[in-house]
Design a protein around this ligand. Structure first.
Ligand code: AMP
Length: 509
């Protein structure tokens, strides 16, 4: 049997006559269209010389044709490699040089610069703009709908997604057909997706959340999605009466809560709100429940592993927890130094194993070997614990752990205490160089609108609630925390900004 993701998808959608994807601009693509259009584009890719196993690098704006290009690439047996449209030419040089794609698809406006980079590795270049026009579409207009889906094994690559790489070089996570299909089917079951669902799709499609979680789950369910170019609170609220589900990053929910239009009446037709890619504040979870009557379902995953855990569809969706391991996924907590498994409620490294976990980093065998245990568990780099009910809690990335005077301080524990102080909207706790302690615990705080909170008040409120060594040495205030497009707080940016707080100016210079 052909294990190509497209072949498996086609078998489940071939009989559907309904809409697969619609846009606010009135564009609608049925399931039959998806099969025909992907066939045309797969023919174009073959004409461009793309062979099974070749990489197709794609740096384009979100559009329906861009999603069809993903399906066509996989259908042709090639490896889809999406790139954030925000990447500059200097950044693209690394990705193109590292991945050596046989084809690069880019916005027509960037063609010239990209052609220079592509020429160095012998890639050809085609274009696709935000409206779905370009040389690729022109060629597809004259191509046949018929394309025999390439034969692929389950462990063959379907995609390479580069990790965001806040430290060191970005790494290409190699994802197989089996990785993607197994996770899509698991999530479809776990979240009860059916052909009756209509998803509001406002996430980017160069990242695992919007490309695989949102799009694959919708398509494998035979459901429909409404594609928005980006997050827009007015548009999302306007669509809710026609939709059943929303998948978002925590900032979506924070911003929707700031909108006066959010109420029980607006969300009454919706059945599911999913959050992930960054921590959802317990406070946001509670406020959302109070305003809408819906408990947000928080899940945890990463580029390398697809989704690992999810709060239950039925049962307690615990604010601040990322839920239970998904079926067939094993999660354990280990001592980061020894790899020894830790008991319930002890904090350590989160490790995962399952059909969802990637094959390794592209052309980095040593890095791959060092991130897997001999028994096949992947070392996620996230610190967390599993409670007595089996719920996983994330305490932050290992690299964000603060070590002060030889003691470990888990930022999340301090952030939770600070966030509970009246007048505080949110916080980020970081470690920055300290002459006596190695690192000084530092709280970066955003106040709620019109709240008058100062450093003294925060420190007084924390006194007695946290062991002395965990107390921030300084509290600084900012208007907002720096975040990337997936809503993750960029602690590296904060560490840079406040890196000189405890070091005498003579040493800084
Ligand atoms: P990415 O590879 O960009 O999807 O980022 C994956 C990382 O995002 C994980 O390793 C976690 O650190 C973080 N992450 C994803 N989902 C959650 C969540 N629900 N709560 C906290 N952190 C999360």
């Amino acid at each position: 049997m052909n294990a190509n993701l497209f072949d498996r998808l086609e078998r489940s959608i071939a009989a559907l006559t309904k809409t697969a994807i619609a846009t606010l601009g009135g564009e609608t693509v049925s399931y039959a269209d998806l099969i025909a259009l992907s066939g045309r584009l797969a023919n174009v890719l073959a004409t461009c010389g793309v062979k099974p196993g070749d990489r197709v690098a794609v740096q384009v704006e979100k559009s329906v044709p861009a999603l069809v290009l993903y399906l066509a690439t996989v259908r042709a047996g090639a490896v889809y490699l999406p790139l954030n449209p925000a990447y500059t030419l200097a950044e693209l040089e690394y990705f193109i040089g590292d991945a050596e794609p046989s084809l690069v698809v880019c916005d027509p406006g960037n063609r010239e610069g990209i052609e220079r980079l592509a020429a160095k590795v012998g890639s050809s270049v085609e274009t696709l703009d935000a409206r779905g026009q370009g040389s690729l579409t022109e060629a597809a207009n004259n191509a046949s709908d018929l394309f025999e889906t390439a034969q692929r094994a389950g462990e063959d690559l379907a995609a390479i997604l580069y990790t965001s790489g806040t430290t060191g070089r970005s790494k290409g996570a190699m994802l197989t057909h089996d990785n993607l299909v197994s996770n899509a089917l698991t999530l479809k079951e776990a979240w009860r997706f059916t052909a009756d669902d209509v998803l509001i799709h406002a996430l980017p499609i160069y990242h695992t959340h919007g490309l695989f979680v949102a799009s694959n789950v919708t398509l494998f369910s035979g459901a429909s999605m409404i594609f928005l170019a980006k997050f827009d609170a007015d548009q999302i609220l306007g669509l809710m009466p026609r939709a059943t589900a929303l998948m978002g990053v925590p900032t979506f929910y924070v911003r929707l809560l700031q909108h006066p239009g959010l109420a029980k009446g607006t969300t009454s037709g919706m059945r599911l709100f999913v959050s992930g890619s960054a921590p959802l504040l317990a406070e946001t979870h509670r406020e959302w429940s109070a305003r809408t009557g819906h408990a947000i379902l928080e899940r945890y995953g990463m580029t390398e592993t697809n989704m690992n855990t999810s709060n239950p569809y039925d049962g307690d969706r615990v604010p601040g927890a990322v839920g239970l391991p998904l079926p067939c996924v094993s999660v354990r907590i280990t001592n980061p130094d020894t790899g020894e498994e830790l008991p319930t409620n002890e904090i350590g490294m989160i490790e995962v194993k399952g059909p969802n976990v990637f094959k390794g980093y592209w052309r980095m065998p040593e890095k791959t070997a060092s991130e897997f245990r001999p028994d096949g568990f992947f070392i996620t780099g996230d610190l967390g614990k599993i409670d007595e009910r089996g719920y996983v809690h994330i305490l932050g990335r290992g690299k964000d752990l603060v070590i002060t005077g030889g003691f470990n301080v888990y930022p999340k524990e301090i952030e939770d205490e600070i966030d509970a102080i009246p007048g505080v909207f949110e916080s980020a706790v970081i470690g920055v160089p300290h002459e006596d302690f190695g690192e000084g615990v530092t709280a970066v705080v955003v106040c709620s609108r019109e709240a008058a909170v100062d450093e003294k008040m925060i420190l007084a409120a924390l006194d007695g609630r946290l062991a002395k060594f965990k107390l921030p040495k300084r509290v600084v205030f900012v208007d907002e925390l720096p975040r990337n497009t997936m809503g993750k707080v960029q602690k590296n940016v904060l560490r840079q900004e406040f890196g000189g707080l405890y070091v005498s100016s003579a040493r800084v210079s």
